[in-house]
Design a protein around this ligand. Structure first.
Ligand SMILES: [Zn+2]
Length: 287
């Protein structure tokens, strides 16, 4: 009995001594600290550069952007505005500066009705083949004409024919703050294939996040729009301005793992990589 108590006392004393000495001694580095090397100097915290160029946008809802290039046109653009207003649809007009300067009232009306006005150069040249100085003049004159008409500078550029170099994208973004908007749906309406073909092509290609290209300077394009708009709406699409669509952008989902039950991710190629070629050859009038 005594021996057991004595043993227990010895064990308790030993444990107490061990604990006490452990507390007094220098803390043993945790395994993690002991293993990890000296922390590397972190690079300055630069946020990932936001994308500049967009062909389409990944969005979670049924949103699309309808875009009309090369106007405004004295008769066709007001007709188009009527069609849009009747359906409460929003669009973006990539205007040619010299037309904008001729028809400031049409731009004013478009803005009043919720549409967006954006830069499409002054005289519709192939920017990709021009000097920086010449491009700067094209963009600045148009920027000024738009500002004079609507009291607000544009924030988007669509280069004619989608033609623009990576170098140009960068300095234009730096100087003008523009995002470069291409498209992912092109009905080739400038070839005037007939209104029903324009409608069919747009309906076939448009998906959530699409940027649809058309031109408000061709009568058959305007003729195609009532059916196009009505059928897009019937499919559940909602049109917003390009700036609104960009604001809705959500990150691309991770690549789907091959699983039969996994929901199919909508393949949306956006934003366009800086090095991507223009979507159309530069000798065609697309854009
Ligand atoms: Zn154009």
């Amino acid at each position: 009995m005594f021996f057991r108590r004595f043993t227990a006392l010895i064990v308790i004393s030993f444990l107490l001594w061990q604990t006490a000495s452990g507390q007094e001694s220098t803390p043993v580095p945790t395994p993690e600290k002991a293993i990890s090397p000296a922390p590397k100097p972190k690079p300055p915290a630069t946020p990932a550069e936001p994308p500049i160029t967009f062909n389409s946008v990944h969005v979670d809802g049924p949103y699309i952007a309808l875009t009309f290039d090369d106007g405004p046109n004295a008769t066709l653009t007001p007709k188009l505005l009527d069609l849009l207003a009747a359906r409460h649809l929003k669009a973006t007009f990539f205007v040619v500066g010299q037309n904008a300067a001729d028809h400031p009232d049409i731009l004013k009306r478009a803005v009043r009705e919720g549409h967006e006005i954006a830069n499409h150069s002054w005289s519709h040249p192939n920017l990709g083949k021009m000097s920086d100085e010449a491009v700067r003049r094209e963009l600045q004159k148009t920027d000024d004409a738009i500002a004079a008409a609507i009291g607000k500078r544009p924030t988007l550029l669509r280069p004619p024919y989608g033609s623009i170099t990576s170098h140009q994208k960068k300095w234009i973004h730096d100087e003008f703050g523009y995002r470069i908007i291409i498209w992912d749906v092109d009905p080739l309406d400038w070839k005037r294939p007939g209104p029903s073909v324009v409608t069919a092509r747009i309906l076939k290609e448009t998906k959530a996040g699409s940027i649809v290209l058309a031109h408000d300077i061709h009568p058959p394009t305007i003729e195609a729009m009532p059916a196009t708009f009505d059928q897009l709406m019937k499919k559940g699409f909602k049109s917003v301005t390009v700036t609104e669509l960009l604001a809705m952008a959500t990150p691309l989902p991770p690549k789907p793992t091959p699983s039969p039950s996994a929901p199919r991710a909508i393949p949306v190629a956006t934003p366009a990589p800086a090095s991507s070629p223009p979507p159309v050859p530069t000798n065609t009038p697309g854009g």
